[in-house]
Design a protein. Structure first.
Length: 256
């Protein structure tokens, strides 16, 4: 069992300094505090500290996803997680994150500092620092629409292959032969999965998939995607959306 004395011996500093660093005392420098946190995580101290809390808590880390208001893609996901956690006596903190924030504070240090016993992660891309850190974490973590080979990291998502195939078969059944596909954001595991599913589904239906009819849809502006689709063959007759309904609502009508 790792103690603060073990951490102090590893770093060659006083036990009192380690204690202050772990608890965010103002008389410890930011550099020392970060060093203490990182070392504590490396030595496996995080989970023990989290278990000592009167009420256990977890965090929801969110990137590249809107969730604050009803109707936004992440709203029901976050709200549902809060309700499920509350029913089990867990407190939840929702923490927006960015690549810059991940560069400043390591994943394990963030959890240790906040006293979190686990995390639910939404919207990260494979290039994010926290995604790379998950390969070695021992803290229970769940990813949405991403997968990391680690026994401590779970995964929940939709069956893109079945869903996309149902969509393509439906449109093909209505007589559409040239189907465009607006996918999720770039650099996303699930977006790539849906792209492959679309290619497979069009093949199953005896259709040809044209790369000019496939584009990512952006959260801030849909213009690049629509421009791409407009350059597709003029006989394009339908569009399959591989992302949330709010994206579809913000996409202007396309004349084909």
């Amino acid at each position: 069992m790792v103690t603060i004395r073990d951490i102090a011996q590893r770093l060659g500093i006083a036990v009192s300094t380690v204690s202050k660093g772990l608890n965010g005392a103002p008389d410890v420098s930011a550099e020392t505090r970060q060093l203490v946190l990182d070392t504590a995580v490396e030595m496996g101290y995080a989970a023990k500290r989290a278990r000592r809390q009167a009420q256990p808590k977890v965090c929801v880390l969110v990137e590249n996803m809107e969730y604050a208001n009803i109707g936004q893609f992440g709203y029901e996901i976050v709200a549902g997680f809060r309700l499920a956690a509350a029913a089990r006596g867990w407190a939840v903190d929702v923490l927006p994150t960015t690549p810059e924030a991940q560069a400043r504070t390591k994943y394990g240090s963030l959890l240790l500092e906040g006293g979190y016993g686990g995390a639910f992660i939404l919207g990260l891309t494979p290039q994010d620092a926290y995604m790379r850190a998950l390969a070695g974490t021992g803290t229970p973590t769940v990813l949405l629409d991403n997968c990391v080979p680690n026994a401590s990291v779970g995964y929940v998502g939709t069956d893109s292959w079945e869903g996309v195939e149902l969509g393509v078969r439906h449109l093909a059944g209505l007589g559409h032969r040239k189907i465009a596909f607006l996918n999720g954001t770039r650099d996303s595991m699930v977006s790539e999965e849906r792209r492959l599913a679309f290619l497979h589904a069009t093949w199953l239906c005896g259709l040809s998939a044209d790369e000019r009819m496939m584009a990512p849809i952006l959260v801030v502006s849909t213009t690049p995607s629509i421009t791409t689709i407009r350059r597709a063959p003029r006989q394009t007759s339908s569009i399959l959306f591989g992302t949330g309904r709010r994206m579809a609502q913000r996409t202007p009508r396309v004349k084909t």
